[in-house]
Write a protein that binds this ligand. Sequence first.
Ligand code: XMP
Length: 527
Amino acid sequence: MTNSDQSALDKKNIDTVLVLDFGSQYTQLIARRIRELDVFSIILPWDISKKRIVEMNPTGIILSGGPESVTKNNTPRIPEVIFDLEIPILGICYGMQTLAEQFGGQVTASKRKEFGHASIILDKVSILFDGFDAGSSIDVWMSHGDHVSTLPEQFDLVASTPSAPIAAMAHSEKPIYALQFHPEVTHTKEGSVILENFVFKICHCKTQWKMENLIEQRILDIKERVGENKVLLGLSGGVDSSVTAMLLDRAIGKNLICMFVDNGLLRKNEAEDVENLFKEKMDLNLLVIDAKKIFHRHLKGVSDPEQKRKVIGRTFIDIFDNESAKLKDDINFLAQGTIYPDVIESSESESKEARVIKSHHNVGGLPDDMKMDLVEPLRDLFKDEVRRMGAELGLPLEMLNRHPFPGPGLGVRILGEITPEKVMTLQNADAIFIEELIKANLYHQVSQAFCAYLPVKSVGVVGDERRYADVIAIRAVETVDFMTATWAKLPYDFLGHVSNRIVNEIEEISRVVYDISSKPPATIEWE
Ligand code: XMP
């Protein structure tokens, strides 16, 4: 990891709640909830070095849940250095169990996993539950197998349920608390109150994580790091690279060179829209590389999906390399729109200090003789924070709230061989579908929507004419994390209207179908 990333993530000199990750699916949510309170929070793996923890100088620590069992040997434990820091600690689920065990309590493996809603009864007034009286009942979300069966010495029982008699506990002298349930998920209705109590009444954090300050701070950091040097940024038109561009533009102006590669697989008018916004309206230093012909030449005759992805990826890297080599005497830094979930998802980057280039976001390798340092000013931000930053920096809302678009573009939405003609047909069909979704106020009710091109000929009759042509599939899904998704139940009338428009306005299409597959087993894209 380069120095820049470390300094972007650490040493913020603002109050910080460190979340030690024991592998829970909810770990990211904990940090997001804390940041929603305008307090900085960062996630590190439970086995991070003592030195990093001490350097970070956290104001409080939250121990996440996790899939392991403390009843087994060689499962994760809390690093002892945390107890030496004498700062507030909150253990959640696995975090509670290992805390209990490390303080001499007992954890028992249950045969049945408790998963779902439960009601805890507060046995004792505690500052963590400030606002609730003893005896109150609170609806919470449980997801655990093991439970604490014997309180450690020096700990008091705070709350219980019939199936988890020790549902919350607190140290009698130190600011150490633990919860069997998950305050970070919205199913725990009062979860935010509990986290607020921890952050403000126990850790006494100040609200220093504010978007306005953050933008100003980032601009200063970039100026300090980059100085009078030039920075190259691969702009994809997506939210992350666009916000990175705006931030760098504010910091270094014309010393930022943005490169946008038109691969001939973009949405209708996308290259023009990007050029118009960033070059004409915002006056950024933008190079648009028209590589449509090169991509289509390389894709000729390729119909295997994996092969198509490889060709698209490789061609992108070649073009980016060639074009940046032309500028090479000038450029010292490469900027990337890496965001926090990318960093967490490649979590070895923290444990093993490995660098992972965000390859799917269009920036691949660079020529060996180009020694460029990375600038990643969004590296510690969640997507919603990136969007808020983009809005403050003046990026249009349509762009910030657009559905995701894959790096290989329409290349993953055309089955079989890709040709410029099919791309144009698909662009036109997709533009009709999206335009109608927006008009019907349905665009933001689905998470992702698009058309796919199926090279299957079928007979249709349009007007008086028989037409033997290909098929367009309409896809719209609802999802939170894009890992699983359900097909959107769009109104029949609406679907009928879109289908009519596509067949009437696009000669190359004789039939439209609606994709009613969910993920799994299907994927969101068609390839
Ligand atoms: P699948 O098709 O795997 O897609 O269910 C899940 C999400 O990922 C997007 N996707 C990609 N995004 N580069 C990207 O940047 C890619 O190669 C890529 N492939 C799929 C897809 O659009 C959906 O949102």
